[in-house]
Write a protein that binds this ligand. Structure first.
Ligand SMILES: [Cu+2]
Length: 371
């Protein structure tokens, strides 16, 4: 506790030395986010086409992208974290165009080392859900996961928030939640529901946090050495293991009785519900990846919670990551990897998972670099 207080005091001193005139600079603050779990229908392939080829779906893509007597198709009921303007949870906060690409991911939670994050969580869904963060500092009343840890009842309200209920999670952001010197100005973490970790995340409840070094933070908390940030989750979403699997069969398959609910991982009918996505989009539908030549672009990537093994690959440019020049990263389950790019090659370029099966099953997108 003493160490945390000292580091906070140190940050305040540094903030006083570095803050821009009139600006709050890195002076610690509490950042409050109003986030609900909402049940919505999600379309993995909004145009129904393969946008990478610029052509109709073909072969197995047709089975993935269209419903039928014994299959669900491209639309599924999901539970997603969505941001609201205040504690009444009546007005959705519009997503800024720069973050349109987040897709099915929850709202971006941003903070600076020294800040406190408050997430006022309202459960609009039909299932108990929680908000469990990675990286930041939490006590047992804000962990968002319940297990045999000896917590008293008073510390268990966070474990699973019941439908139509609200709970406030409080997380502090000490230095160990921020970037190391080698990482640069920002660190990436995630948050997700952890009542039934696998079913909750496959239902869609996952999002990302970005933590900035206070010495490199602008007044709004964004890093001062980056022009454009993109967050891409290479998510294998196992709809067979979502809370809404039965609902989706009964709603979207035209002959629900004919659906094989007990298919194994080795069977095609199982794999049709294993959505290989980037932020919940398949076959080139991830929107908003636009940037200019010469901009300092930071890419945050991560895997999801299944049998993940991904190889994000950018065409046409190179990046630096972990001190190495590369154009391919590697991700296992819930792993996070960051890379910096200064685009020098204008055009529209493919950006996809290099695992062959994943790419065939839809894990591909494109980004555009303009002059
Ligand atoms: Cu992959």
């Amino acid at each position: 506790m003493i160490a945390r207080s000292l580091s906070r005091a140190g940050l305040l001193l540094l903030g006083a030395a570095c803050a821009a005139p009139g600006g709050p600079g890195p002076i610690p603050q509490t950042r409050t986010y109003y986030i609900a779990a909402d049940e919505v229908n999600w379309d993995y392939i909004p145009t129904g086409l393969n946008q990478i080829r610029g052509d109709s779906l073909q072969g197995v893509e047709v089975l993935i992208g269209t419903s039928g007597s014994d299959r669900i198709g491209r639309v599924y009921r999901k539970a997603l974290y969505r941001e609201y303007t205040d504690s009444t949870f009546t007005t959705l906060k519009p997503r800024a165009p720069a973050w349109e690409h987040l897709g099915y991911l929850g709202p971006m939670i941003r903070a600076v080392v020294g800040d406190t994050i408050r997430v006022v969580f309202h459960n609009n869904a039909t299932q108990p859900y929680s908000v469990h963060p990675h990286g930041v500092f939490y006590d047992k009343a804000s962990e968002g996961a319940g297990y045999n840890d000896g917590s008293p009842t008073s510390d268990r309200g966070d474990d699973g928030v019941h439908p139509d209920s609200t709970y406030t999670y409080t997380w502090t952001v000490p230095e160990r939640a921020g970037p190391t010197k080698e990482q640069g100005s920002t660190a990436m973490w995630m948050y997700h529901s952890h009542v039934n970790e696998s079913k909750d995340v496959n239902a869609g409840l996952i999002g990302v946090m970005l933590i900035t070094d206070p010495l490199m933070a602008k007044a709004d908390g964004t890093p001062n050495d980056v022009d454009r940030e993109f967050v891409i989750s290479f998510s294998e979403i196992d709809e067979n293991d979502s809370w809404y699997f039965e609902h989706n069969i009964n709603t979207f398959a035209t002959d629900p009785a004919s659906v094989d609910r007990n298919a194994t991982f080795a069977e095609l009918s199982y794999n049709l519900n294993l959505r290989e996505t980037m932020n919940g989009y398949q076959y080139g539908h991830l929107p908003g990846l636009t940037m200019k030549v010469g901009e300092r672009v930071r890419w945050y990537t991560m895997g999801a919670t299944n049998f993940e093994m991904h190889a994000p690959h950018w065409h046409g440019q190179t990046l630096t990551s972990r001190g190495m020049r590369t154009d391919v990263l590697s991700l296992v389950a819930m792993e996070m990897a960051t890379a910096d790019m200064v685009p020098d090659n204008p055009g529209t370029w493919m950006f996809h998972c290099h695992v062959g099966f994943h790419f065939v099953f839809g894990m591909g997108g494109m980004f555009t670099v303009t002059e």
